[in-house]
Design a protein around this ligand. Structure first.
Ligand SMILES: [Zn+2]
Length: 220
């Protein structure tokens, strides 16, 4: 039994190494190794959702946080100023579009750098790339991470690009930063869902960032 487990483990590592090289091919790999995957996945808890679901529900989950920022802004500067400041962002949209593109790349970079620092890994274990079919950049940890390091890496873009700019906007009265904070709080909706999915993972557990979906596998 032990030998069989070791054998399945070796194959699992091999497949994982392959996945790390070409995460997009996860589906093809699954088909080819379907029986084996069945056995391997019994040893791993899959806490992930599809990119589509993450994007869809990810737009709903952050709404209460955004409502809170809007309320704070209105409480401090008034409804008229709030409306005027937000509409003003559309007066010169090109700078905002540029900031949006930079922000999307930064979002993924923050995931990667935080996983590296919190997980005490080398930068070589973090894979950054672009899913061309979805025109979406991604960050992916090739090595398992302690659950808490994983959580910190998942939540950091929401804090640095969503929450802090929004609070900054409320303090100085800037519609531009409020819009930026709101957009990147929304962009972190999928990450908030992942945090919810891993809420019950016990301290000290290792997780593998899922190669093609939002979320991770818990190594049992
Ligand atoms: Zn993210």
């Amino acid at each position: 039994m032990l030998r069989r487990k070791a054998f399945v483990n070796t194959i699992a590592n091999f497949i994982h190494a392959l996945q790390a090289v070409k995460p997009i091919h996860d589906k093809c790999l699954r088909r080819s190794f379907s029986t084996l995957f069945g056995k391997i996945e019994n040893m791993k808890r899959d806490l992930s959702i599809s990119l589509f679901d993450a994007n869809l529900y990810g737009l709903l989950v952050p709404l209460p946080i955004i409502a809170l920022f809007a309320t704070l802004y209105i409480a401090r500067w008034g409804l008229v100023t709030f409306t005027f400041d937000l509409l003003n962002v559309f007066a010169s949209p090109s700078l905002f579009v540029l900031a949006f593109i930079v922000g999307i790349v930064l979002h993924e970079l923050i995931h990667g750098v935080t996983w590296m620092i919190a997980g005490r890994k080398s930068w070589r274990t973090i894979k950054m790339g672009i899913m061309w079919w979805a025109l979406t950049p991604y960050a992916h940890s090739l090595e398992p991470l302690a659950i808490n390091a994983y959580r910190v890496g998942v939540v950091m873009p929401a804090i640095l690009l969503g929450i802090l700019p929004s609070l900054f906007a409320v303090v100085i009265g800037s519609g531009w930063w409020l819009a930026f904070g709101i957009v990147f709080t929304l962009a972190a909706g999928g990450d908030m869902i992942v945090l919810w999915l891993v809420r019950n993972v016990e301290r000290g557990k290792l997780v593998e960032d899922h190669p093609s979906r939002c979320g991770c596998y818990v190594i049992e």
